[in-house]
Design a protein around this ligand. Structure first.
Ligand code: GSH
Length: 241
């Protein structure tokens, strides 16, 4: 049995949901209430000590990290569509993308997201309440402390935009070689990038690629046209919903 602990609007959860939909797998939805801090409850921390979503529970055993979850699902359910390239060298290229996506754009996207969504809530907290909230987050404490109740500095916002811009530029150049990030093979690299572009669009930041990066625009249209995309992004899963 597959259970996915996830949250509708979380980009990391969306990565895992696209993967499950691509593989047409049956799974039980375990919705985690982030606003209610269910992710920081002892029961959830026992599954995921980082206190973040998603977590996949397969026959009672927990697997964390969205990218790891995607690779795991493709490995244990090797039916079509395969989501990793057959060739070891090309698979390594995909993994290079996955490390980069985890380290750079997935981190950077949190800055404009938190500025837009969380800042109004944080502003209502007292200093003591905010510090206690930051301290309860096993993984996000430094990030939250840096943001503070007043929001990120101009420099932090600019740095995040620069990193997102770099990611889009790398995509534009990779897509000169084929329809997908790793040549002609639709893969987990595409799946992990897609929710980040959806988020940029939801944050009214799609101009970062619309006029200037045509291959990215075409890639985005292609991935959104896949049936799995519509399954993963059900009504209520977008920032604006
Ligand atoms: N590297 C982790 C990151 C997971 C992560 O940061 N999840 C966010 C949502 S996208 C979260 O749970 N945030 C908790 C919160 O916002 O309170 C993964 O890819 O699974």
């Amino acid at each position: 049995m597959l259970e996915l602990y996830n949250f509708d609007k979380s980009t990391c959860s969306q990565k895992a949901r696209i993967c499950l939909a691509e593989k047409k797998l049956e799974w039980s939805n375990r919705r985690v209430d982030l606003a209610g801090e269910e992710n920081l409850s002892p029961a959830y921390l026992a599954l995921n000590p980082n206190g973040v979503v998603p977590t996949l529970v397969h026959d009672g055993r927990a697997i964390i990290e969205s990218t790891v979850i995607c690779e795991y699902l493709d490995e244990i359910y090797p039916h079509e569509p395969r989501l990793a390239p057959e060739d070891a060298m090309v698979r390594a290229e995909m993994r290079v993308w996955l490390r980069y996506i985890d380290e750079v754009p997935s981190m950077a996207i949190r800055v404009p997201t938190f500025q837009r969504i969380k800042l109004p809530q944080f502003k209502k907290m007292s200093a003591r309440e905010f510090d206690a909230y930051a301290d309860r987050n096993p993984l996000r404490k430094p990030f939250l402390r840096r943001m503070g109740r007043g929001g990120f500095s101009r420099e932090d916002v600019d740095m995040a935009i620069e990193q997102l811009d770099q990611s889009l530029e790398r995509m534009e150049s990779a897509l000169a070689g084929g329809a997908w990030l790793v040549g002609d093979c639709y893969s987990i690299a595409d799946i992990c990038m897609a929710p980040l572009l959806q988020r940029l669009e939801d944050l009214d930041m799609a101009e970062m690629w619309r006029a200037t990066r045509p291959r990215v625009g075409e890639w985005y249209a292609r991935i959104r046209a896949r049936p799995a995309y519509g399954v993963a992004f059900y009504p209520g899963s977008l920032l604006a919903d």
